[in-house]
Design a binder for this molecule. Structure first.
Ligand code: HEM
Ligand code: HEM
Length: 207
């Protein structure tokens, strides 16, 4: 139930997927709104602090998710996917994993290199130490640009990824979306294919 099996995602992978998706969607909108030039400076300061706290939460959950992905064998791609589609899905998921790590790290680098040296609080609970980078306007400008490009790039790939999931659900009518929503009946253990070729396919399915 909590762990993945051969054909479906377990609740740990599902909860991490949708929590991180929600956080990233909110952070892109918040990041866009808080950097508008005409925003009230006091409100802008508040929004920056919320953005940094939720951004660090997204980073922490992403680290857990990547660790879980390493520890757990992901389910094989559904048999309805062609070889090409399966490769495209594996490559897109790998890119999404890298970007969900790179975007908050680049954000952390902005806060660390800023000459304003404003501490990064995690929801007013603890101060997150800065990365050991030299503070300078040039370094801050570089990381600000990198963070922005990576964040909007991530948003673009997420839109493609979500569109692919919806095409599978509504046009191909396969189980791709349902198994990430946890509404797919899980196979009883006795039906699990334990043949060598079956488990090999499962092992390489998503990696
Ligand atoms: C997955 C997590 C994150 C996402 C999706 C995200 C997204 C964004 C976006 C879309 C912007 C606006 C870019 C622009 O229009 O110029 C932004 C700005 C910013 N983000 Fe993030 N962010 C994330 C995590 C973080 C973290 C962890 C920090 C710091 C601890 C951070 C610090 C900042 C700062 C300081 C800015 C303002 C940069 C400026 O002054 O232009 N972000 N972020
Ligand atoms: C920031 C947003 C998102 C990110 C970073 C993301 C990332 C990922 C990653 C890395 C996987 C591979 C499995 C895993 O490691 O958990 C995955 C699977 C999946 N995602 Fe997303 N996702 C996002 C949003 C969405 C949205 C909005 C939808 C649907 C509308 C969606 C639908 C799916 C589905 C159906 C799968 C399972 C694919 C399969 O069975 O192979 N994702 N996602």
């Amino acid at each position: 139930m909590w762990r993945n099996d051969r054909s479906s995602f377990g609740w740990i992978a599902i909860i991490l997927h949708w929590t991180i998706a929600l956080l990233i969607g909110g952070l892109v909108i918040l990041g866009y709104v808080m950097t508008r030039p005409d925003i009230d400076p006091e409100l802008q300061f508040e929004l920056y602090q919320w953005h940094k706290s939720f951004g660090m939460l997204a980073l922490a959950l992403t680290v857990v998710r990547i660790a879980w992905w390493w520890l757990e064998v992901p389910p094989a791609h559904p048999a309805t996917l062609s070889r090409y589609e399966a490769r495209a899905a594996t490559a897109t998921h790998a890119l999404l994993r890298m970007l969900t790590l790179a975007v908050p790290l680049a954000g952390w680098a902005i806060a660390s290199t800023s000459t304003l040296a404003i501490p990064t609080f995690f929801f007013d609970l603890v101060v997150i130490p800065h990365l050991p980078f030299e503070k300078s306007e040039a370094a801050e400008a570089f990381w600000t640009m990198a963070h922005s490009w990576l964040a909007y790039g991530l948003a673009g790939i997420v839109l493609l990824h979500a569109a692919a999931a919806l095409v599978h659900h509504f046009l191909y009518r396969d189980e791709v979306l349902r198994r990430m929503l946890g509404i797919l009946p899980r196979r009883p253990a006795s039906n699990t294919d334990t043949s060598a070729s079956g488990s090999e396919k499962w092992d390489i399915g998503q990696r």
